[in-house]
Structure formats: C-alpha cells, structure tokens
Design a protein around this ligand. Structure first.
Ligand SMILES: Nc1ncnc2c1ncn2[C@@H]1O[C@H](COP(=O)(O)OP(=O)(O)OP(=O)(O)O)[C@@H](O)[C@H]1O
Length: 238
C-alpha cells in the first residue's frame, strides 16, 4: 500500500519553546493509525503541523508524496485531509444540517469512493437526522461529536484525522463512535486517530505510535502493544 501521509523528522515549537523533536509517522492508504501518549506529549501539536495550522521548523510533512510546506490550512484540507478537532468546534448558531453543509466539499480530483452526502452522513448517525433543525449549541456532547465527524466526512476526506473524539462522552456514545470508525475503516477510509482508550484503539488500528515529550518512543502493532503491559504502563499510564 502506498503511503498517504508521511511525517519525516518533524519539529515544531510553540513560540520559542520546542514541542516536537523529529516525529516520524506514516499512514498508508486504507490504514488506521493510532497516535497515543499522555497529556501534553505533542499529539495535538502533531495534528496542527499536519494541517498547516502550525509551522514545521524542521523535517517534512507529505501527503500522497506532495510536500505540504508553506500551504495554507484550507489548501491542505482541500487535498483530502479532514480534521475532527479536539473540542469539536461545531458552529453553535447553525443548525445540524447547516453545520454539515457549511464546509461540504467534493472529493479531491482522482479520489475514489462514493462521495459523502447528507443522506449518507445521517444514515451513519441517525441521531443527526432526528436533530436536523437543532442548533449546534442545543446538542449534547455526544451529538456534537457525531456532528463534528459528520462535518469532516462532508469534506470528502481521503484521510480522516480525529483528535480525542471520544473524550468526555458516555460509554454508550463512545461505543457508537468506535463502531462508526470501524465501519469507515471497512469502507476503506484511511484514519489517523488520537485517543486515550488503548483497548478500543487496539481493536481498530493497524499500527500504533506513542509520543513522549515530542518524540516517538514506540511504534508497532496493536498485538505487540497489548502483549506488553509494561510498555503501556510506562508510556501511557495504563
Ligand atoms: N498554544 C500553546 N502555547 C504554548 N505551549 C503550548 C500551546 N499548546 C500546547 N502547548 C504545549 O505543548 C506541549 C504539547 O501539547 P499538545 O497539546 O500537543 O499535547 P497533547 O499530547 O495533544 O496533549 P493533550 O492530550 O493534553 O491534548 C505541551 O507541553 C503543552 O503545554
């Protein structure tokens, strides 16, 4: 499988404070890759550098082999990167349907697969159809998260990136979200997922990468991670 997203030696800083120190990460076509690590280790910063929301101070981010350096975030998104950001960031004064259509975009040229439509998104999340006319700020946390994922899908991404999409949600809603991600994987979507629920990540991921203090300290298969409780304890606090 060809690499869809590649990070090679990526460094980044918040102001004068270095935060990433040479991160290597690859997502192959059709793969689910989990990015893990304790709070403050650099996961969100990594996502922000991928999306062009923060400058890369050393190294390279490439999507389908194309260097993303210097591209504005909306140009990077238009290449087929769909972000579900930490904190969801849905539009509070737009309805569910308006949120979904606000950022909708056709697939990038040459991208395969059936395009996402309102019907497809609401079939995936029936709750969004029931809440179609509700404003963003009237939704529960779980509904907001479903909307954030639906909104990202409406941009027809080739790679879906989720930053803490199950955080703070009731277990039943988390399970629904994991089931949706498994279904999206089954449909061939490539996914980079940041989350703290190691067991759920292990069920869906092809590869797992652990960040610690801005460096990759481990990369391997879910089976290898699950077979190594010491590793989980040391780097994830599990
Ligand atoms: N806007 C900012 N200004 C300065 N430092 C920041 C800023 N955002 C994050 N940092 C610092 O950068 C480091 C990495 O933060 P980042 O948010 O990438 O971590 P994370 O692994 O995503 O953690 P979390 O799970 O808490 O979201 C932390 O030390 C954090 O304090």
């Amino acid at each position: 499988m060809p690499a869809l997203l590649t990070l090679e030696g990526v460094a980044a800083a918040h102001g004068s404070t270095p935060v990433l120190f040479g991160v290597d990460l690859t997502v192959d076509e059709g793969q689910v890759v989990a990015l893990m690590g304790r709070n403050g280790m650099g996961k969100t910063t990594t996502v922000r550098t991928i999306m062009g929301l923060m400058p890369v101070t050393a190294g390279r981010v490439a999507f389908r082999g194309r260097d993303l350096a210097g591209l504005a975030p909306h140009r990077i998104a238009a290449l087929g990167l769909g972000l579900v950001p930490e904190g969801r960031r849905i539009f509070p004064t737009l309805s569910v349907i308006e949120n979904l259509v606000a950022t909708a975009r056709p697939p990038a040229p040459g991208q395969g697969g059936a395009p996402w439509t309102l019907d497809r998104v609401t079939a995936l999340f029936p709750r969004l159809a029931e809440r179609a006319d509700s404003m963003g700020n009237q939704l529960s946390g779980g509904e907001q998260q479903m909307l954030a994922i639906g909104r990202a899908l409406m941009t027809n991404p080739a790679l879906l990136i989720l930053d803490e999409a199950t955080e703070g949600l009731a277990p039943v809603i988390r399970d629904q979200i994991w089931a949706v991600l498994a279904r999206l994987k089954g449909e061939g979507l490539s996914i980079l997922v940041i989350d703290k629920t190691v067991a759920a990540l292990a069920r869906i991921a092809d590869r797992m990468t652990i960040l610690e203090k801005g460096r990759v300290v481990w990369d391997g298969t879910p089976a290898a991670l699950m077979a190594n409780p010491d590793l989980q304890h040391r780097h994830l606090g599990v």
